[in-house]
Design a protein around this ligand. Structure first.
Ligand SMILES: *[C@@H]1O[C@H](CO)[C@@H](O)[C@H](O)[C@H]1NC(C)=O
Ligand SMILES: *[C@@H]1O[C@H](CO)[C@@H](O)[C@H](O)[C@H]1NC(C)=O
Ligand SMILES: *[C@@H]1O[C@H](CO)[C@@H](O)[C@H](O)[C@H]1NC(C)=O
Ligand SMILES: *[C@@H]1O[C@H](CO)[C@@H](O)[C@H](O)[C@H]1NC(C)=O
Ligand SMILES: *[C@@H]1O[C@H](CO)[C@@H](O)[C@H](O)[C@H]1NC(C)=O
Ligand SMILES: *[C@@H]1O[C@H](CO)[C@@H](O)[C@H](O)[C@H]1NC(C)=O
Ligand SMILES: *[C@@H]1O[C@H](CO)[C@@H](O)[C@H](O)[C@H]1NC(C)=O
Ligand SMILES: *[C@@H]1O[C@H](CO)[C@@H](O)[C@H](O)[C@H]1NC(C)=O
Ligand SMILES: *[C@@H]1O[C@H](CO)[C@@H](O)[C@H](O)[C@H]1NC(C)=O
Ligand SMILES: *[C@@H]1O[C@H](CO)[C@@H](O)[C@H](O)[C@H]1NC(C)=O
Ligand SMILES: *[C@@H]1O[C@H](CO)[C@@H](O)[C@H](O)[C@H]1NC(C)=O
Ligand SMILES: CC(=O)N[C@H]1CO[C@H](CO)[C@@H](O)[C@@H]1O
Length: 360
């Protein structure tokens, strides 16, 4: 028998109480006269209805904390069955799995969304709203979350350490907010992560070397922040990485040669930092490289001959550095360049004959 303790639950919506009491009588009746398996099925259905009621109540509590206009937008949010509300999807058992409210102009904070009530939530999509305040540490309670998108809002404060509890997370987007503080080292625990978007914030401090442990990472966007220190060598372990953006930060030191191990890399954006040293020869190992943007740094030395092996290259921007020496003749091998800019350098201009017009 299932305990009936839920009867005292204060989470039941007033309007659903009579219906539930009827259901209880019904179950109590049949559990006496029918085989226990039938009673269990009914009891499971009943438990699910109660869970859905808790989820509905938690969502309504959040709705009521948003501004009036947002409450109008969410006017379909009414009653005790959230599964047919705008932006909400449920599993077959009627438990909320997806909250998809991108581009809804919702205004308010997340502090009244009680994350303890969504044991089955896999997606929380709140892209491009007018949400503000901090990201609550209780977000770590969403134990099944795979997709979290808080981008294009006005969130501030730090990235909560509890985010590392979201072990199923595949997609984490917090870009285009006002997030400050450092990127927690604990982010390296999100082993399922394939998309990490933290760009256009006010993040400071070093890039944690633990990011090198995120072996499923495909897109890593950390650009347009205030990150400093050097690029950790461990990032070379990211062999699935397709796009790597560290542009417009305050990074110093040299480009680690381990980047040559990122064999899937197509886009490498390191422009507008304070990087020094020479361009590592190992970059020539990145056969899929399509855009290499290293402009506006303090890079020295000559352009490595290995660049000539990057036959897929479309865009090579090296201007505003302190490079010197001849331009490698192998660059002639790259036949479908769209944009090749080396200007504002100290390079000896002995470009392969028909390439001079590529210079900006
Ligand atoms: C929002 O609605 C409440 C109740 O209807 C009202 O008292 C309040 O003034 C409204 N606030 C704004 C900002 O319109
Ligand atoms: C929001 O709108 C933009 C621009 O129309 C669109 O590209 C984006 O996919 C939308 N996002 C969501 C989550 O609906
Ligand atoms: C969320 O719900 C839990 C369980 O009922 C409760 O203990 C907690 O105080 C609630 N938190 C907030 C912020 O409402
Ligand atoms: C819910 O979110 C997951 C994870 O992003 C996604 O794969 C799935 O298609 C979504 N389901 C619905 C019904 O939107
Ligand atoms: C970030 O904060 C600044 C000042 O506090 C504000 O002017 C700006 O609009 C905020 N940006 C976002 C995306 O909320
Ligand atoms: C990567 O994970 C391993 C195993 O959990 C751990 O020992 C190591 O310290 C991590 N590396 C970084 C750079 O965090
Ligand atoms: C690239 O990976 C290999 C094999 O994992 C390793 O031995 C080597 O040190 C790495 N190269 C760099 C430059 O980090
Ligand atoms: C070059 O990078 C610095 C930061 O290192 C930035 O302040 C400056 O605006 C950048 N210049 C251009 C032309 O983007
Ligand atoms: C280009 O690649 C070939 C084949 O992998 C290699 O033998 C050669 O040394 C590379 N050239 C340069 C300049 O790195
Ligand atoms: C340029 O291409 C030629 C012919 O395919 C090849 O022999 C040479 O090694 C290439 N040069 C570089 C620097 O990769
Ligand atoms: C440039 O030179 C290469 C080899 O020297 C040749 O194949 C190509 O057609 C030339 N391109 C133009 C635009 O003249
Ligand atoms: C049930 C559960 O996981 N509760 C946790 C929710 O998040 C807060 C803040 O991280 C924790 O203190 C709770 O234990």
């Amino acid at each position: 028998m299932y305990p009936y303790s839920f009867v005292s639950s204060h989470f039941l919506m007033a309007s659903s109480v009579p219906k539930l009491l009827l259901a209880i009588n019904f179950i109590a009746f049949f559990s006496i006269y029918l085989p226990s398996s039938t009673a269990s099925v009914a009891a499971i259905a009943r438990d699910r209805e109660i869970e859905a009621g808790k989820e509905a109540r938690a969502l309504l509590q959040w709705k009521n904390s948003l501004d009036n206009q947002s409450q109008v937008i969410l006017s379909s949010w009414d009653g005790s069955n959230p599964c047919n509300w705008v932006g909400i999807a449920c599993d077959n058992a009627g438990s909320v799995t997806n909250i998809s409210l991108g581009n809804y102009s919702l205004k308010g904070t997340l502090h009244n969304l009680n994350f303890s009530f969504f044991p089955n939530l896999v997606k929380l999509g709140l892209h491009n709203n007018l949400l503000y305040g901090t990201i609550p540490s209780r977000i770590g309670n969403l134990s099944k979350l795979a997709f979290l998108d808080l981008a294009y809002n006005g969130f501030s404060g730090n990235i909560p350490l509890e985010i590392s509890l979201l072990s199923s997370l595949d997609h984490l987007a917090i870009d285009h907010n006002n997030i400050s503080g450092t990127i927690p080292q604990e982010i390296g625990e999100l082993r399922s992560l394939s998309q990490l978007f933290l760009h256009e914030n006010k993040l400071q401090g070093n890039i944690p070397s633990s990011i090198g442990n995120l072996s499923n990472l495909v897109n890593l966007y950390l650009g347009d922040n205030e990150l400093s220190g050097s690029i950790p060598e461990e990032l070379g372990m990211l062999t699935s990485l397709h796009l790597f953006d560290l542009a417009r930060n305050h990074l110093t030191g040299s480009i680690p040669s381990s980047i040559g191990n990122m064999t899937s890399l197509a886009f490498l954006y390191l422009f507008s930092n304070e990087l020094s040293g020479s361009i590592p020869t190992e970059l020539g190992m990145l056969r899929s490289l399509y855009q290499l943007q290293l402009w506006n740094n303090s890079l020295t030395g000559k352009i490595p001959d290995s660049i000539g092996n990057l036959s897929s290259m479309d865009r090579l921007h090296l201007f505003m550095n302190k490079l010197s020496g001849p331009i490698p003749s192998g660059i002639n091998n790259i036949t479908h360049f769209k944009s090749f800019q080396l200007a504002v350098n100290e390079l000896t201009v002995n470009l392969p004959e028909n390439m001079s017009w590529w210079i900006a």
